[in-house]
Write a protein that binds this ligand. Structure first.
Ligand code: TXA
Ligand code: MG
Length: 309
């Protein structure tokens, strides 16, 4: 997508005046506001209908800026060198002198930070005097948006501006790693845990038990608001059937995540497909078994949460 500087200027103009602006990232679109401003960040919670207890991820353009707000450590440095900018979020210790709004952290002493890869958003960040707090640009518990159109569907005219960056490349949220003391996976996401383990030279697992509270990882999340059955071999006529691989036969109930079992492609198409099924007014969804390897783990995690009622 071509960089349109007038749109970036417009986004800056609104953000500088404490408004929220939707921004593209390589994972999903975010609903952004000045992370140093109480007024701006409180608007995010209102628009999303998100509980105040659920802290936000802050987006930076440079390490220099991040160091104003967080204590960094060796593990962070290693992962930063390998994956940033990219779909990975780190939980770090907040510095006492940091200007991050209490709304962002829910008053806690930790901060989730990331360096998004989308070049439009990177240009925007580099023009600002503050980092951007940005959760996914969807109403709380709903599907994350992967295009400008999706954001529009979530918020209508309630937000002043959506910075268009085309379709997101990854289509799933960032992987979150807690780097305070022992590294720990808090959320599966766009970067495989195996790759993170390799860099840290330590095998990380995704377990339900966590040393810190991750409020946003509630069981019921990322939901199209329709019941979902997983690992399905045979679908019923009233179900949309989500498939990991294209079939020769046509069926109006079939929805493909990928042509040829490519898990990255499937990840990119997941939310888009679920949104489409919802629009077609299917009342039920069946999903065939998705291989639980690589990004397949993230896809299965999102489907499991979405299928909880
Ligand atoms: O890909 C992404 O990460 C997207 C794009 C827009 O950057 N953002 C995103 O934000 O997914 P959100 O708010 O939808 O999810 C952030 C998750 C929540 O589960 C939240 O509880 C957790 O990060 N989180 C934020 N700050 C935290 C902290 N200090 N400690 C632990 N978890 C934290
Ligand atoms: Mg979210």
């Amino acid at each position: 997508m071509k960089k349109d500087l007038s749109n970036i200027k417009k986004a800056k103009y609104l953000l500088d005046r404490n408004h929220c602006v939707a921004i593209p990232t390589e994972t999903v679109y975010g609903l952004a506001a000045n992370a140093y401003s109480n007024q701006a960040t409180s608007k995010i919670f209102k628009l999303k209908k998100r509980p105040k207890s659920n802290p936000l991820i802050v987006h930076y353009s440079s390490m220099q800026d991040l160091k104003k707000d967080c204590e960094i450590n060796d593990n962070f440095q290693k992962l930063y060198n390998r994956f940033c900018p990219g779909p990975i979020t780190f939980v770090l210790k907040l510095k006492r002198e940091s200007k991050i709004s209490k709304n962002v952290t829910n008053g806690k002493k930790t901060l989730a930070v990331r360096f998004p890869k989308n070049s439009i958003t990177r240009t925007l960040l580099s023009c600002l005097k503050y980092p951007l707090a940005a959760p996914s640009a969807n109403i709380y518990t709903q599907l994350s948006p992967v295009s400008k159109k999706d954001v529009k569907e979530e918020f209508g005219n309630k937000i002043k501006f959506i910075l268009d960056g085309g379709n997101t490349k990854i289509g799933l949220e960032s992987t979150i790693i807690n780097l305070i003391n022992k590294p720990q996976v808090l959320r599966l996401g766009g970067i495989e845990i195996k790759k993170v383990s390799k860099v840290l030279k330590k095998k990380l697992n995704y377990t339900k038990k966590k040393s810190i509270n991750v409020p946003g990882q509630s069981k019921f999340h990322y939901s199209p608001g329709i019941p979902i059955r997983l690992n399905v071999k045979k679908f019923y006529q009233d179900e949309a059937f989500v498939l990991i691989q294209k079939r020769k036969k046509f069926d109006k109930n079939y929805f493909y995540l990928s042509k040829n079992k490519n898990l990255k492609e499937a990840g990119k198409n997941l939310y888009k497909t679920l949104r489409k099924i919802k629009k077609l007014k299917f009342q039920k969804i069946a999903v065939e078994k998705i291989p639980n390897i690589g990004i397949g783990q993230t896809i299965n995690d999102r489907l499991k949460r979405a299928s909880k009622r």
